[in-house]
Design a protein around this ligand. Structure first.
Ligand SMILES: [Zn+2]
Length: 532
């Protein structure tokens, strides 16, 4: 499609009545999109989202074509909104097709795929240069706890909405060994932290120049990590304080929920719709649960040092020993580097994995890494490069009724999932996505009544405080011994991407007419309790 008509994708995206929201960053893009899609649906919108793994230009084009009528134009839907996960490395390629995004969410930035993305400074440069072509009213929704993201394109006039953790209960007592140790985005000096949540995410400041973490607009004021299954969050927005249950474990999913709530706040969705986060199911390989012969098997993708570490912490954070299969695989031509396993914090969880099984074509490398992390002697670790054989060995070592976690790079997971599909335990990924879309479309929704004179005061959207410049704060921090990082490649300013702009799109939540909405068919907010 793009070869025949390069403008076709941009044309279809421009037809989305409520505009579009993009989500990018190293980790958490897919889950943040899934959470935000649930909130949007609950708020009465019809999100058009690309499926997991379709976050590059071709995947986006496929998504839009799938939603188009035979005429090549989108079906008229005054509630349609684009919700696109965008691979951070593909951001410059995708953006010229999205002329006027309402908001861009940036989750975080970690070292990832060094062979493809080099150092994080390279990705920062890509994002910064591309953002210079944004319309000035596109809101940047940024993670305040990630120093690089908080200061992303700081000189642009675009409105900013920050999200971050306020409850320091789950913070670490010492610097995290998985930190990338980013330097001060302004002066290049060493940052100091009063609280570290994980890696380099925390309450940071630069003692050298006074640059400090901006005060978030969307804050997690209470964080309760409930074992290896779920999380409970109290989130304060400019409008209200809400408690939501997230059916996914770990601090990283708390950040994903915060990002989704921040985007929902920007879209002025009603407060009640935030509860829909509790309805999400785990995405493919994102703690995806499969019942196999009386055992709950969880599939968790981990493709970089930070992701691997945080998934292990989410599963083992309660300190109770678990049964796990850990995988590591190269992917010729796509993922040749596995050196990052030496940055995974295996040391802190030594002894917590019962009968560890390691798999993948780099299983032996992983076993060596575990040995140096103080795990059991190599003789106590089952090393089985073949994913299916490793899975069967791990399953045999797991008593019925006990869970088994599989944490791995993608090749091992896809090998195991293919076996599960052949034996009828799961469906194809595209079938799962289609089924979920159909179920979501059928499910009754909390909807905004377009013709209603006013929403109840408790759900009346309130304007969000917007910032146009990064505020500077001078803070007193206790002396922190953060490890030093090497020199950081300076970001290159300037624009290399040209992007057309369009006239203003309609507001995301219009108070006016909605000709597509049949009169009397809307289930109002009050109707939800009646099961409509
Ligand atoms: Zn500084």
């Amino acid at each position: 499609m793009l070869r025949v008509d390069p403008g076709a994708l941009g044309g279809m995206i421009a037809e989305l009545a409520r505009g579009c929201v993009l989500v990018t960053g190293s980790n958490g893009k897919g889950t943040t999109c899934r959470m935000l899609a649930q909130i949007m649906r609950a708020g009465g919108l019809h999100p058009v989202l690309n499926g997991e793994g379709s976050n590059q230009l071709s995947g986006l084009a496929t998504t839009m074509v799938a939603h188009a009528a035979p005429t090549g134009r989108l079906r008229q839907d005054f509630r349609a909104i684009g919700l696109f996960e965008v691979d951070e490395g593909s951001f410059p390629e995708v953006m010229p097709h999205i002329r006027h995004p309402a908001a861009i969410v940036v989750t975080n930035l970690f070292r990832d795929q060094l062979d493809r993305y080099f150092e994080p400074a390279y990705i920062m440069g890509l994002l910064e240069r591309t953002m210079r072509s944004l319309p000035p009213d596109t809101t940047l929704i940024l993670n305040a706890d990630d120093p690089r993201i908080a200061c992303l394109a700081a000189d642009l006039p675009n409105p900013r909405l920050y999200f971050g953790m306020a409850d320091t209960g789950p913070c670490r007592s010492e610097p995290d060994p998985t930190s990338d140790c980013p330097r001060c985005p302004r002066c290049g000096g060493e940052l100091a932290y009063s609280s570290v949540f994980y890696a380099h995410l925390g309450h940071w400041a630069c003692p050298g120049c006074g640059l400090a973490r901006p005060e978030p607009d969307i804050r997690a004021t209470g964080i309760e990590l409930i074992g290896s299954q779920s999380t409970r969050l109290e989130i304060a927005t400019p409008a209200a304080t809400t408690v939501i249950s997230v059916p996914l474990p770990g601090l990283y999913n708390a950040y994903n929920a915060l990002a989704a709530v921040a985007a929902a706040t920007q879209c002025q969705l009603p407060e009640e719709s935030l509860q829909a986060v509790g309805e999400i199911t785990a995405g493919s390989y994102r703690m995806e649960r499969v019942e196999v012969d009386g055992r709950d098997v969880y599939l968790a993708l981990a493709k970089n040092a930070n992701g691997y570490t945080e998934v292990l912490r989410a599963v083992l954070g309660d300190g109770l020993p678990k049964r796990m299969l850990l995988g590591l695989n190269t992917n010729p031509g796509k993922q040749p580097d596995t050196s990052w396993i030496w940055d995974v914090d295996f040391d802190a969880i030594a002894g917590l994995v019962l009968v560890p099984v390691v798999s993948g074509n780099r299983a032996a490398d992983l076993a060596v890494r575990l040995k140096y992390a103080g795990w059991p002697d190599p003789g106590d670790v089952i090393v089985q490069p073949d994913p299916v054989a490793a899975f069967q060995a791990a399953l045999a070592a797991t008593p019925p009724g006990q869970p088994l976690w599989i944490v791995s790079t993608s090749v091992v997971l896809s090998g195991i999932r293919a076996w599960l599909r052949r034996h009828g335990y799961v469906r194809e990924l595209w079938q799962e996505f289609a089924r979920e879309q159909q179920e979501q479309a059928r499910r009754p929704r909390l909807r905004i009544r377009p013709q209603a004179p006013a929403l109840p005061a408790s759900v009346q959207p309130r304007p969000v405080r917007r910032r146009t410049a990064l505020p500077l704060q001078t803070v007193e921090l206790p002396a922190a011994d953060m490890p030093s990082a090497g020199p950081v490649r300076p970001l290159v300013a300037g624009s290399t991407v040209s992007m057309p702009t369009t006239a203003d799109l309609p507001p995301l939540i219009a108070e006016g007419d909605d000709p597509a909405a049949p009169a009397g068919r809307e289930a109002s907010i009050e109707d939800r309790g009646a099961g409509l």
